[in-house]
Design a protein around this ligand. Structure first.
Ligand code: FRU
Length: 460
């Protein structure tokens, strides 16, 4: 006898419930980043603004390690506080996704939330709709909407991303073409069910591109397009031109300075305020007895600056998680004299430092690891990782915005770059994490313009 979709979801939910007390007791487990209560998560999927709330789905295995994939579901009204909703999609052989409900997107077809995602094995593109306000999904009775790739030799055929363009729908799918490299395939449809292949939107480096995201970015009267790809390596984006069904990329740049383990497979939406918001997957939480693995980054707002560069900032709504503000009691840091943030009591906090470019010493914050910006060499370091981060000629002031959530750090620099870092390797014995944070200078004194910190509340 085959189980109903609801039974499969209920069984998975029970497995997660059994793991939850152990996950909740883990002192490394983040408090204000999005994750499931327990079990494994990877990519963010199907972000959708619907009926006054942000809905976000997650690649999920109801076990501590990666396995058969489901879609988990979280909901927020303000991008800061989230609640868990019941699991949304489970794998079923008769629906074409028996090997896993892999990554995809959601769109509103009229008023009907519609998910498009990859079912495996083999890779096919599936569709499911919700008629009850995203509480449950019904898979398309006729099965997948695309059952065969446009050619037989592709390296991967997955992760549909769909948008409305004029009077029809468009979809990109991540792939790769032997001897040519990573590829994004472009399709067109009038009804989301019947798709025509329009060719390759773009091809390039690597062998296979996963999780393509493709959307317009507006600055003044200009519209350019941005493509991001997850090439089994550092996630890259390019801003370029989209004409005649082809994307001509500009330079390919990292979307996060970190490698693919700390930031991968981003997905995003256009919110009702016209903001492009993305989340990425942080692969963290691996220790032998952990009952959970992985979480998402904070929501990041992408905008095009007047100089054509991408700006990346944490969503301002995160301020809703803040406890009382702590100010550093000094405005000048002397070399090697650490100053504590008074009244900062947790390892889940936010720190904002603004300092002058001159004199060009090193500004360092210690929270689990040392985060430092070297003004002379223009390097950002987080623990053992170092990233080139050259300042622009007019950047006389540096803005470091750090989010620490137990074993994870996100460091935003000058509202245009970000590095995500998994720091559990630095934290010593599990649970052995002193709260609070210190700030210090090295080599030269540093003039501070602002130095604030906040303990942050739980997101769930
Ligand atoms: C990216 C990815 C996707 C795939 C999903 C499976 O991390 O490999 O290409 O759809 O994860 O979980």
């Amino acid at each position: 006898m085959t189980s109903s979709h609801q039974q499969l979801l209920d069984q998975a939910a029970q497995q997660v419930a059994q793991l939850t007390p152990r996950a909740a007791a883990d002192p490394l487990r983040p408090r204000y980043h999005v994750a499931t209560p327990a079990g494994w998560i990877n990519d963010p999927n199907g972000p959708l603004w619907y009926d006054g709330a942000y809905h976000l789905f997650l690649q999920h295995t109801p076990a501590p390690r990666s396995g058969l994939k489901y879609w988990a579901h979280v909901v927020s009204q303000d991008l800061a506080h989230w609640e868990h909703w019941p699991l949304a999609l489970a794998p079923e052989a008769h629906a074409g996704d028996g090997g896993g409900v892999w990554s995809g997107c959601c769109v509103l077809d009229g008023d009907t939330p519609t998910a498009l995602y990859t079912g495996v094995m083999p890779e096919v593109q599936c569709l499911a709709v919700s008629h009850d306000g995203l509480r449950t999904f019904t898979k398309r009775p006729a099965g997948p909407v695309i059952t065969t790739p446009p050619r037989s030799d592709l390296e991967g055929f997955r992760d549909p991303y769909v948008w409305r363009e004029g009077d029809h729908w468009r979809m990109v799918i991540g792939s790769g073409i032997p001897r040519r490299g990573g590829a994004v395939l472009l399709y067109r449809s009038n009804d989301l069910h019947h798709w025509d292949y329009l060719g390759e939107l773009c091809t390039g480096f690597g062998c296979n591109w996963e999780c393509p995201l493709f959307f317009p970015l507006r600055a003044g009267d200009d519209t350019t397009w941005m493509l991001t790809v997850s090439p089994h390596d550092q996630v890259r984006y390019s801003i370029g031109t989209y004409r005649n069904d082809r994307f001509t990329p500009g330079p390919w740049l990292p979307l996060d300075l970190a490698g693919p383990r700390a930031f991968y497979a981003p997905n995003g939406l256009l919110d009702p305020r016209g903001r492009r918001i993305i989340w990425g997957w942080i692969n963290c939480g691996h220790h032998p007895d952990s009952a959970w693995t992985g979480m998402l980054t904070l929501p990041r707002v992408l905008t095009l600056r007047p100089d054509g560069r991408l700006a990346i900032t944490p969503a301002p709504e995160l301020a809703a998680l803040r406890g009382p503000q702590c100010d550093l009691p000094v405005n000048k840091l002397s070399p090697d004299q650490p100053v504590d943030f008074p009244n900062l009591h947790t390892t889940g906090h936010e720190i904002e430092l603004v300092f002058n470019r001159q004199p060009a010493g090193v500004v360092a914050v210690h929270t689990g690891v040392t985060v430092a910006y070297d003004l002379q060499r223009q390097l950002l370091s987080i623990g053992y990782s170092t990233y080139d981060l050259p300042l622009l000629p007019d950047e006389d002031v540096i803005h470091l915005h750090i989010f620490r959530d137990r074993c994870v750090l996100e460091v935003y620099v000058n509202q245009r770059q970000v590095a995500t870092c998994e720091i559990s390797g630095h934290l010593g014995r599990v649970g052995d994490q002193p709260p609070g944070a210190q700030v210090f200078a090295r080599e030269q004194a540093v003039a501070l313009r602002a130095a604030h910190a906040w303990d942050l509340h739980d997101a769930f």
